[in-house]
Design a protein around this ligand. Structure first.
Ligand code: PMP
Length: 278
């Protein structure tokens, strides 16, 4: 079951108009809420980022946080066979009479669906995953979680065609983030990740990872790092709501350190698992 503009309906019956600006222009924002056995991780933070996204593109929030919560909880209960769910929520600007670039105030189109989050067993992650690097040519509002994701989907496809998990993006030699995740490195027991700003999405898993590290008294530097530092790191990870904290052990076919996930990743991974049952 999915939610579309006030109705809970089977996904096969959910249709939108060809005049929807989400379809025509990618004119909308979205959120993904990770759910483990009905527990939503970072619920408030995701709702707050949704509000930031709506503000950034001038769409009035069609619901209060309480309304969002009850809609999302209903979708979770309708899809309970997915033990671990990614709740995808999209708001587009809505439908106009004709296709035109400018917009007036419209009734937003609201869509919510659930999909399965696959298992992330620790022992399946020791060898880590591989990544490629690409030049980050995205617009300078990458902090807005916009549905117009053409650059990101092309990068993701390139990663897939290179049998890699992710495409790590570089702007002027600096690692920004990856096509659908944030990037962390560890060097000499310190963690580094790109600071927030217009070049990266402020990932909720990024924030959680930073606070877990601080709780463990591991130093975190929200400072930029270069491709060279990435290649010479002791550990590389990517983070996202559906991938959690995933070790990257090869970049552009070069092995990172020993080619295995590292001890700091292991500590943070364990802490993150505790959040699912807390
Ligand atoms: N960066 C990008 C470009 C993303 O698309 C995502 C989410 N898929 C992230 C980072 C991670 O964000 P979060 O931890 O909130 O899922």
């Amino acid at each position: 079951m999915v939610y579309l503009n006030g109705n809970f309906i089977p996904k096969e019956k959910a249709y939108i108009s060809v005049m929807d600006r989400g379809f025509l222009f990618g004119d909308g924002v979205y959120e993904v809420f990770p759910v483990y056995d009905k527990k939503i991780i970072g619920f408030e933070a995701h709702l707050s980022r949704l509000q930031d996204g709506l503000d950034a593109i001038n769409i009035k929030n069609p619901h209060s946080n309480d309304d969002w919560k009850s809609l999302i909880k209903k979708i979770i209960s309708f899809n309970i066979k997915n033990a671990n769910q990614a709740i995808y929520l999209q708001i587009s600007r809505g439908c106009d009479q004709n296709r035109k670039h400018t917009y007036d105030e419209l009734d937003p189109t609201i869509y919510i669906q659930s999909s399965l989050i696959g298992p992330r067993e620790k022992n399946s992650l020791f060898k880590g995953k591989s990544a490629i690097t690409r030049e980050d040519i995205r617009w300078l509002k990458s902090n807005t979680k916009a549905t117009s994701l053409l650059a990101n989907t092309l990068y993701a496809q390139e990663a897939k065609e290179n049998n890699a998990e992710e495409a790590i993006l570089l702007r002027d030699g600096i690692v920004t983030e990856a096509s659908s995740s944030n990037v962390f490195i560890v060097k000499d027991n310190c963690i580094y990740t790109h600071p927030k700003g217009r070049n990266i999405l402020p990932g909720i898993t990024r924030d959680i990872t930073i606070s877990l590290a601080k709780k463990l008294d591991i130093k975190v530097n929200e400072t930029t790092f270069s491709k060279e530092q990435l290649m010479e790191a002791d550990e590389v990870w990517i983070t996202s709501s559906t991938r959690e904290i995933l070790p990257i052990t090869s970049v552009d076919n070069n092995i990172i350190n020993s080619g295995l996930s590292g001890p700091i990743w292991s500590l943070i991974y364990d802490q993150y698992q505790l959040l699912k049952t807390a």
